[in-house]
Design a protein around this ligand. Structure first.
Ligand code: LLP
Length: 434
């Protein structure tokens, strides 16, 4: 086995790629393509790195909440639950999936900028731990539904701290111009605190902020600690309310290609923890329980997508297209964000990659591309292609455009594989049609 790959769960035997100790070719033969494969050990090890570092540098009660928008299906909630950490859910669909998986809902945080009354009632009836309340209408609806059920509902207020995390605009959510939360700068955040404290069936526990995604620097988090600590102190002075909980959101970056840096989860958490200690001392605050909401950094490099090559079209002097049996329907991230991916010919490892090509999907859409202008060994129909680091925001963003069936999801652990989500069938595709 050699280890010259992007992440340590990749290796090769001869010219064959292995993922988490399992042959990619054998996975393709056994389960068919396209296929999303998830390395359970990798995911668990990331969860444990967060858990350990957060306990050490943030203190008791602090833990990661898996942002399940990154990849949501029953078995993934079971894995997260077995590690005794929480989850962030953002729709009644994610909530229902978690409930059906038997997830401990007291550790579930319900996000979203437009929760309907029905969503709120559904979440309460399923014992949701926290609402991350996005605005005044939601606060009123939570109060109403909680009063009706004669319960006191814990909430966090989603605050927009106004930080530019130096990331892709579309995935930056913590600025003032955002559909999410209430901005400190406009005074709305303060109004929300006042209003929340006045609701008798709502227990305000603290604040949430999320500054963006695929962030490689720690500085934006340090800024978030500074701004949120000042806000906590300010609200304590104005209303006598001191936040017990501070949720700093997700966003740690992940290495998709060689040129991406590697970040240390532990080192980031250590620095955030040190800043928090400093600020709590400065403002004379009790240290709140800190939550983080990692999505991508828990599952991205735990995932790999396997495809089969169908055609190789060489347009002399223009471009070479390698077409595969999946595409934007299972991974829309290049089409949406021009995201970078590392692509390997899984049965030609070690061969010279001198064939410049574009990896195209099968949809009737010229923008259906997985990656442009990459180098592969010369592949032909029937060859197996592996796209690395596809665990986050691939399966969860997949679609049935062109009535393409979604791939199955297989989990690998200790050299064994098991189906976690079945491949969609044509009958599944028409199952709702009358
Ligand atoms: N918490 C909140 C409130 C969020 O909005 C998000 C992501 C997360 C946590 C998790 O962030 P992560 O650790 O995964 O960066 N579809 C885009 C990513 C959208 C992220 C939206 N919010 C993509 O494919 O890059």
């Amino acid at each position: 086995m050699s280890n010259k790959f992007l992440h340590d769960n990749l290796s090769s035997v001869g010219s064959n790629l292995y993922f988490a100790g399992v042959s990619v070719k054998e996975l393709a033969m056994r389960y068919g393509t396209p296929l999303l494969v998830l390395d359970e050990g990798k995911m668990r090890s990331h969860i444990n790195e967060y858990k350990d570092a957060m306990a050490k540098y943030f203190g008791k009660g602090s833990m990661p909440l898996y942002a399940s928008k990154a990849c949501s299906f029953k078995e993934i909630y079971r894995i997260v639950d077995s590690e005794e950490v929480g989850t962030d859910i953002v729709s009644p669909g994610e909530l229902y999936t978690a409930v059906c998986a038997g997830f401990d809902m007291s550790k579930a945080f319900f996000h979203g900028n437009n929760k309907t009354d029905k969503d709120i009632a559904f979440a309460m009836d399923n014992g949701i731990g926290y609402f991350v309340c996005d605005g005044i209408e939601e606060l009123d609806a939570i109060q109403r539904e909680a009063a009706y059920r004669e319960i006191t509902q814990k909430i966090l207020l989603r605050i927009a701290p106004g930080i530019d995390p130096h990331t892709h605009k579309k995935i930056s959510t913590g600025g003032i111009d955002s559909k999410f939360g209430s901005a400190i700068a406009t005074g709305l955040a303060e109004t929300m605190v006042k209003e929340a404290l006045a609701r008798s069936n709502v227990e305000l526990m603290g604040y949430h902020c999320h500054i963006g995604s695929q962030i490689f620097e720690v500085d934006p988090y340090i800024d978030a600690v500074d701004i949120m600590s000042e806000f906590i102190a300010d609200m304590k002075a104005k209303f006598g309310f001191e936040a017990k909980v501070l949720n700093l959101g997700g966003g740690f970056g992940v290495r998709y290609v060689e040129s991406d840096p590697t970040i240390s989860i532990t080192e980031n958490i250590k620095q955030i923890g040190a800043q928090l200690d400093k600020k709590c001392a400065e403002y004379n605050l009790n240290k709140p329980i800190i939550y983080l909401e990692p999505g991508r950094s828990l599952v991205a490099d735990a995932g790999l997508t396997i495809y089969e090559v169908g055609s190789v079209k060489e347009i002399k002097g223009v471009k070479n297209y390698v077409s595969i049996d999946g595409g934007m329907t299972d991974n829309p991230r290049f089409a949406l964000y021009q995201s970078s991916y590392t692509v390997l010919a899984a049965t030609h490892i070690g061969e010279e990659a001198n064939f410049k090509c574009t990896l195209a999907g099968r949809c009737c859409e010229s923008g259906d591309i997985i990656q442009e202008d990459i180098y592969l060994p010369k592949v032909t129909r029937g060859d197996i292609i592996a796209v690395l680091v596809t665990g986050a925001y691939n399966y969860s963003m997949s679609s049935n455009y062109n009535r393409v069936a979604r791939p199955g999801v297989v989990i690998v652990r200790d050299g064994e594989s098991r189906i976690a989500v079945k491949r969609e069938t044509y009958d599944d595709l028409i199952s709702l049609d009358l």
